[in-house]
Design a protein around this ligand. Structure first.
Ligand SMILES: Cc1ncc(COP(=O)(O)O)c(C=O)c1O
Length: 400
């Protein structure tokens, strides 16, 4: 007789709720932010330039532009690419809305593409099916931090098709020993509160074209031809020109200081999350052997950024669906989540573009099976053990 899950009247495996993600701000990060609060420059000041230099180097890009969200970074990438009405961008169907909405913001049309069943990343076979002479870009999303097949992505590109990576999960990720920021036209990163490097809100766009970087820096600041720094001081002129439609996508120096401070230990933090992932892999192995679930393999040529730890339930072995397992794990105090509700399931995308579940068979079948388990730098190894015990208890109880 297996133990009773909390949702069926048993006792929760964890005494306190553990979320799927949690920021890990330390004393030094807070001191860095307070240092900015005590200075004269709260925004568009020296911390922005410092962050851009550090970030470009870290992600292996020529340039980086700091902005106030990952969505802003994506929008500015398409703006710099110069999408025209009717221009299409291939995006995976299993992603957060911003991957596609940013294309619309820049005047283009997103075209959803199915994903691969194993990696959950964009399927290049399906992308080939949807490519037309209106395709201007492909936007690989490194889901959970697992790098896409970048050789395949680059082979897919041409003079007309650029790569705009949605690297919002992928700080620290590498493909064949190279950080991702050096691949293609641009890569957008997020510093949202749930991400590995968290500033509450924030983002950065890695670029490999200096002219485009210049344009992005102007466009994030209302399209002004000069920066506040250039207009500051006794000998400086007030003069600027608006050279194009711009936005307020500025990151504050307070947020930049939080990011810089965390980037100093980003590699160490990733090593810690890699250890946690290895612990999950080995503790989940008996459940994999019993065919109750599958884990996602990491190919040897990549470094996974370990933002999410996603499992796939084997529904054929269970008497309930994913949503019951989700509720049962929440009742165990395990903050599981689902990444993501596919784009075509949202009324906006369905109505606007006529996207239909039948066109995305792989996404549709994996969506019914996926769960994200807690994964963040400060997660304790013992908690991973308790989470896996909870998963084992719930799946064993509902085993067919
Ligand atoms: C895959 C993906 N793309 C884009 C974004 C947008 O990032 P932000 O929330 O910083 O705008 C997110 C984050 O939520 C994301 O997960």
């Amino acid at each position: 007789m297996s133990a009773k899950p909390a949702i069926e009247g048993g006792r929760p495996e964890l005494s306190e709720y553990v979320p799927y993600s949690r920021p890990s701000l330390r004393k030094e990060d807070i001191e860095a932010a307070v240092g900015v609060l005590r200075s004269q420059w709260l925004t568009t000041g020296p911390k922005i330039r410092e962050l851009e230099e550090i970030f470009a180097k870290l992600v292996g890009a020529r340039e980086a532009a700091a902005v106030n969200s990952g969505t802003a970074a994506l929008h500015l990438a398409y703006d710099a690419l110069g999408l025209n009405p009717g221009d299409e961008v291939l995006v995976p169907s299993l992603t957060f809305s911003a991957t596609a909405s940013s294309v619309i913001m820049a005047g283009g049309t997103p075209v959803a593409v199915d994903v691969e069943g194993e990696s959950l990343n964009i399927s290049l076979d399906d992308a080939a099916r949807y490519a037309t002479n209106r395709t201007r870009a492909i936007s690989p999303v490194h889901i959970g931090g697992l790098p896409c097949d970048m050789d395949g992505i680059l082979d897919f590109t041409s003079d007309n098709i650029a790569v705009v990576q949605d690297a919002c999960h992928a700080i620290g990720a590498e493909y064949k020993g190279r950080p991702l920021g050096g691949f293609g036209f641009a890569a957008a990163y997020s510093f949202h509160a749930v991400k590995q490097v968290a500033a509450g809100e924030g983002g950065a766009l890695a670029l490999n074209d200096e002219e485009a970087a210049e344009k992005v820096r102007r466009t994030r600041h209302h399209g002004l031809s000069t920066s506040p720094g250039e207009r500051h001081g006794a000998g400086a002129s007030y003069y600027y020109e608006i050279t194009g439609l711009g936005y307020n996508y500025r990151l504050s120096d307070v947020q930049a200081a939080l990011v810089i401070s965390q980037l100093e230990r980003a590699d160490k933090d990733l090593v810690k999350r890699e250890e946690l992932a290895t612990e999950y892999d080995s503790l989940l192995e008996p459940l994999v052997e019993r065919e109750l679930l599958e884990t996602i393999p990491t190919p040897p040529e990549v470094r996974h950024a370990r933002h999410l730890y996603i499992i796939k339930l084997n529904l054929g072995k269970l008497s309930v669906g994913r949503d019951r397992v989700f509720a049962a794990l929440r009742a165990e105090n395990v903050g599981v989540n689902v990444h993501y509700i596919p784009l075509y399931r949202h009324p906006f995308y369905r109505d606007r573009f006529g996207w239909d579940a039948a066109d995305f068979p792989v996404t549709e079948s994996v969506f019914e099976r996926i769960l994200s388990l807690p994964m963040f730098t400060e997660l304790e190894t013992e908690t991973v053990g308790a989470v896996v015990r909870a998963v084992g208890k719930v799946l064993t109880y509902y085993k067919r």
